[in-house]
Design a protein. Sequence first.
Length: 462
Amino acid sequence: MRVVATVVATTTVALALGVTAAALVWALRGRLEATADQDAERRVAGAAQLVVARAEAGTAAPAPAGTVGSGSAAGSGGAAGPGSAAGPGEPGQRGVAVLSAGGPASGSAASAAGVPPDPDVLVATMAEPGWGDGYRTVTKVVAAPGGAVTLQARSSLEPIRAALDALRPLLFVGVPALLLLVAGLTWVLVGRALAPVAAIRERFTDITASDLHRRVPVPPTRDEVARLAVAMNATLDRLETAVRQHRRFVADAAHELRSPIATLRTRLELGRRAVLEPAADTLVEESLVDMSRIQALAADLLLLSRLDAKEPLRLEEVDLGQVAAEAAAEASLRSPREGIRLDLDVAPDVVLPGSRSHLARLVGNLADNALRHAASAVTVRVCGPGTVEVIDDGPGIPLEHHERVFDRFTRLDEARDRDAGGCGLGLAIARDIALAHGGTLVVEAAAGPGARFRADLRVTAG
C-alpha cells in the first residue's frame, strides 16, 4: 500500500506539473509576443506623430522614402540609402522605416506595396529560420498635408527566445526535483499513517486463546485506523466472552456428568457386593435413575451443540396447539411430583412453519420447569398467531433474574428449591429453539404468585 500510494501520488503530480509547465511556456510566449507588438506599435506611433508635426509646422516637406531615425528603408515612391536621417538636429524614431511618401500618387504606391493608404495598424511577422529568430513588424499609413507616408517598425523576438531558454533549464531541473520531493514526502507520510496499522497487526498476531484479554492499540487520530482498532477490540471482547462461556459450559458439563457417574459407580459396586440382599433391587433402581439423568444430559448437550452450530431446521406446517398439548401431557406423566394439576388452554388452528420435534422440546422443557416448581397447578396456553405461555403458581422468579435463568447450568437456589431433576439446561435450550424459529422467549411479570414464560413465534408464523 505504501508503494502504491507513492507511485500514484508521484504520477499524478508529474502529470499536473507537465500540463502546468506547458501552459506556462505557452502563456509566457504569448505575453512576450504581445509585448513586442506593443513596442513596435509604440515606435511607429511616435514616428507618425513626428512626421505629422513636421508637415504641419512647415519645417520640411514630407519625408522622402527612406528612414526616419535609424534602420533599413524600402519604398515605391523613391528611396534613400540605408541609414539616411530625417535631417540635422531633428528627432527621429529608431527602428522605423518609411516605405513610401509623396502626393496623391503615394497612395497608389503604398497599395502597390501591399499597404492600404489609411491609418490602420497592421501586424505581420518576418520570420527567419529557427523559432524566435524573427521580428514582429507594424505598418502604418500616415495622412500628412504634403501626402501619405507609409511607416513600418519592427521589434526583435530575440528576448522571447532568451527568456524561454532561461526558463527551460529551470523546468528540466525543478520538475524532477519536485517529483523526488513529492515521492519522498509521500513515502514518509504514508509510512507514518500506516504505523498504527503495523502496530495493530503485530499485537493482533500475538493474541492467542490463552491471552484474549489483550487488546490492540487505538491511535488518538479518530480516523479510519482508529475506528478499525475499536472494531477489532469489540470483536475481541465478543470472542473473549464466547470463549469464557464455552469454558464455563465445558466445566459445568463435566461437573454435572461427574456427579451422577461417581454415584452410579458407587451404587454398582455396592450392588455387586450385596447382589443377594434385598437392598440390591433398590440400588439397581437408583442406578437406572442415574443412567437416565446421564442420558438426558448427553441429549441436552448434543442438542445445544447443534443449535450453537446454527444447523438448518427441517420446517413443516405444525399445529402448535396439538404439539403443545402432547408435550405438556408427556411432561406431566414423567414428573416425579404428584398432585400438580395441569390445565390446557389451547386455541384451535394455530398453524405455523417450524420443526415439530424442536417445538415439542420447547414446550416440554417449559412444562418440566413449571411442574418442578409449581405449588398446585400449571397452565399451558396457546393462542394465535403463535404464542405459547406456561404459568405456574410456585415461588416465582425475582425480576433481577429474569434473564439469568436462561443461562446454561443456572439454578436459582434462593428463589426455587433445588432438586435432583434438572441440570440447568432446560430453559437455555427452550430459548435457543425459540430464537432458531425467529421468535423470542421471555419471563413476564405474573399477576399473582408464580412465574410466567411467554414464547412468541409470530415472526415465523408471518
